[in-house]
Write a protein that binds this ligand. Structure first.
Ligand code: FEO
Length: 171
């Protein structure tokens, strides 16, 4: 069984992952509206990543004998000043997710809930990747300096991103 506090905080994080998914789907539609299909593809893959994260929390909560409670979440932002502003927003958001995951690890450790600590290790590693992915695109966008040719080349590159589901049984 999960403790009451960990149960509540894990449900909260599951909902936050779905909120993250909505943010990235909103960014995808922002890019689709600009006809930057590669940027949109990248964001749709990120949406799938976030839904996978939410599902991992859902599965862990239910496996530990508790109910994964779905709650209300705020509407995501729908407009950004530029592609760079959208990715900077994404990186800022991932920083918040990382801080939340770190807080959950500290909580689980303080309660000596080793199964939860072990479960959260996937997210600790995942956050390094999530921040690095957003940072990589930000660097390229800064190099592009809004030059249309460079943006279109980057759009083609980002179109190649594909969602890779985690291996069966992975934490
Ligand atoms: Fe689920 Fe982008 O962290």
């Amino acid at each position: 069984m999960l403790s009451k506090t960990i149960h509540e905080r894990f449900c909260d994080q599951m909902n936050f992952e779905m909120f993250s998914a909505n943010i990235y789907l909103s960014m995808a539609s922002y890019f689709d509206a600009m006809n930057l299909k590669g940027f949109a593809t990248w964001m749709k893959v990120q949406y799938q990543e976030e839904m996978m994260h939410a599902t991992k929390f859902y599965d862990f909560i239910t496996t530990r004998g508790a109910q994964a409670k779905i709650g209300a979440m705020p509407a995501p932002q729908t407009q950004w000043a530029s592609p760079l502003a959208a990715f900077e927003n994404a990186l800022e958001h991932e920083g918040k997710v990382t801080a939340r995951i770190n807080d959950l690890v500290s909580l689980a450790a303080s309660e000596k809930d080793n199964a939860s600590v072990n479960f959260l290790q996937f997210f600790v590693g995942e956050q390094v990747e999530e921040e690095s992915n957003a940072e990589g695109v930000i660097q390229q966008l800064k190099l592009a300096q809004n030059a249309p040719g460079a943006i279109l080349m980057l759009d083609r590159e980002l179109a190649t991103r594909v969602f890779t589901p985690p291996a069966q049984g992975a934490a």
